[in-house]
Design a binder for this molecule. Structure first.
Ligand code: 8YV
Length: 312
């Protein structure tokens, strides 16, 4: 009998069909159907498919006594309680590597859009304002001091791209990395002080929550820019908004937010920010590769084979 799977976030249509061919797929219960879901469906669920920013809450896990695997369609596992997974004995998988290039591309794109004011420039042309005069000068993107917070797969891919921009690359991680030529800073504040552009590419965890705070933003300074393609929780959003409004930093390029998809109106009102709706991995190619990896992990698990990309 095919295993019962709970699908908490969407996959590409072809991959949802592939999932349905192999498993009995359930979606979260609508309001009014929750009691029936808990009684009839939840006890049978052996696998959960979820997104990186959706994860699975411990209250839902508690309703799934037969849970064997949580397959995350994303690299980040901050919304899945790994200690609980170990204690209860179910597996957790993610989709590393296949999304690295896209997320790194987006970090560089946000940096370029911000420095060269491309969103405002686009609006300027569309509004016909070019006919009345030239667009104000922007800031160079090349040859700057780039600081990368977190030097995992994505941080390294961002650094590799920035090598093509000239300038200096520095990074901050818990312990120095031995195989890179970049300058190491032991604290984020020191990294920010040595950077014109600070790019957040670290994992989210309780220990990295609000790691970019007022002190870090002030160290980045009035000509500095912040780019975040990691998780909203790494940045103290209130401190960021204050720093942007008061001109204590020059601008921000943000793909992730603390309470996404809710974006603070204060950020929306600012012209020195570029906003994206968490689209780091959102290309057809990469979402296809991520979905394939989700299916490969589920297939391997239910065939009793080693998991391609286990977290737990
Ligand atoms: C996705 C992500 O937006 O990989 C991650 O951790 O946040 C993104 O790639 C998300 O996982 C889509 O489900």
């Amino acid at each position: 009998m095919p295993a019962d799977i709970l699908l908490l976030s969407t996959l590409l249509p072809a991959q949802e069909r592939a999932l349905e061919e192999r498993f009995t797929v359930h979606r979260p219960a609508a309001n009014g159907e929750k009691a029936a879901f808990q009684r009839d469906v939840a006890p049978r669920i052996r696998g959960v498919v979820t997104g990186g920013s959706t994860g699975i809450g411990n209250d839902l896990v508690a309703q799934l006594p037969a849970l064997e695997i949580v397959a995350i369609n994303g690299v980040g596992f901050d919304k899945v309680d790994l200690d609980l997974a170990r204690a209860r004995g179910y597996r957790v998988t993610n989709t590393p590597d296949v999304l690295t290039d896209d997320v790194a591309d987006l970090a560089v794109a946000l940096m370029l859009m911000l420095s060269r004011r491309l969103v405002s420039a686009d609006r300027f042309v569309r509004a016909g304002r070019w006919l009345n005069g030239e667009f104000p000068l922007a800031t160079r993107a090349s040859g700057r001091r780039y600081g990368i917070l977190g030097l995992g797969r994505i941080g390294r891919a961002i650094a590799a791209r920035l090598e093509g921009f000239g300038g200096e690359i520095a990074y901050c991680t818990r312990t120095p990395v031995s195989d890179v030529p970049y300058a190491y800073h032991a604290t984020v504040t020191e990294l920010a002080a040595a950077s014109d552009v600070l790019i957040v590419a670290a994992n989210a965890s309780p220990s990295t929550r609000h790691i970019v705070d007022t002190a870090v933003l002030d160290a980045l300074g009035p000509t500095g820019a912040l780019v975040n393609i990691a998780r909203g929780s790494l940045v103290d959003e209130h401190a960021l908004i204050d720093a942007l409004i008061e001109g204590r930093i020059a601008g921000a390029g943000l793909d992730v937010f603390e309470a996404e998809p809710k974006v603070p109106q204060a950020l929306i009102n600012l012209s020195n920010v570029v906003l994206a709706p968490h689209v780091g991995s959102a290309t057809a190619e990469t979402r296809g590769a991520m979905g394939d990896l989700v299916l490969a992990n589920l297939d391997a698990h239910f065939a009793g084979k080693p998991l391609p990309t286990p977290v737990v």
